[in-house]
Design a protein around this ligand. Sequence first.
Ligand code: ZN
Length: 135
Amino acid sequence: MLNKIDHIGIAVRSIEEKIPLYRDVLGLEFVGEESVESQGVRVAFFKLGESMIELLEPLNETGPIAKFLERNGEGIHHLAAGCDDIDAARDAAARGELRLLSDKPLDGAHGKLISFVHPKDTGGVLLEFTQRNDH
Ligand code: ZN
């Protein structure tokens, strides 16, 4: 099932502006960045022990991260739990009457499969399931 904190997603207005903070001040290893068109975001990853920090910058004005920034400003956006089998994680969530935000797993960064659970069903936490791609 869910077996680690894969990453914590943090919404930012500019990844470029935040790289010095995470890489130079906090000393985290910069893993890389890429655009995830399906989510309307550009993401950057930094290694933090066994987990990662994911910075999310909106690619447009209408996507979910742009809306989040408008409502809340910069800050923690979601918690991503790693799992071996995303379909099993989705089934378990559905059995617990948690609403999933997509009908099937989506393509996330690094070619991983991801799914989000509605934050209204998890006490205000936007929870992401991430299936590692070594399976
Ligand atoms: Zn994420």
